[in-house]
Write a protein that binds this ligand. Sequence first.
Ligand SMILES: Nc1ncnc2c1ncn2[C@@H]1O[C@H](COP(=O)(O)OP(=O)(O)OP(=O)(O)O)[C@@H](O)[C@H]1O
Length: 183
Amino acid sequence: MAKVVILNGTSSSGKTSLARAIQRLANGPVLRVSMDDFLEMMPPRFANDDEAFSFRLIPDATPAVVEIGTGSYGEALMRGMRTSVAALADEGLDLVVDDVMLEAGDQAHYRDVLGEHHVTFVAVRCALETAEQRERDRGDRKIGMARWQFTRVHAGRDYDLEVSTDEVSPDEGARVILGAVGM
Ligand SMILES: Nc1ncnc2c1ncn2[C@@H]1O[C@H](COP(=O)(O)OP(=O)(O)OP(=O)(O)O)[C@@H](O)[C@H]1O
């Protein structure tokens, strides 16, 4: 049985930083699976496409809000990511997953495919103002994505742990998770 930590939070909430700290501080090897890496597997023409994922700046919204649409190709890609996670866990590999769960059935699908494994869902949170400031500072993210995701990403999810990246550094958050999971 593998240990699988699933980090869920808005863009810029701090998931990747936390996942990298988990890898660095864990006692054993931990694979990092990132939703961003799966998005990059798509042909470039799908970077903003109704079939995959579309990003639409809502007119006149202040501050900016970018609505994200998910098409059938995008849904299939995300399902494939979750079943890939399960396939890696089936090989006995411990994992940390960096995800933005936007669809109602995403968490249930993880539970379904990872049934045999030790799964820990972690809410990665920060204030909306913090996420927006990070979005601006990073310069490589669409301004307004965090605001659109903010009310959606945690809606109806059940968590085992919560990490507030306003309050703890990536290393401190990683230590809390690793201690709880026993990694
Ligand atoms: N605990 C933290 N305290 C302070 N700053 C943080 C913390 N975690 C992350 N950051 C900063 O916030 C920014 C976004 O972090 P990160 O890339 O980890 O977010 P993310 O949730 O993976 O974003 P995305 O989903 O857009 O890839 C980075 O500039 C990072 O240095």
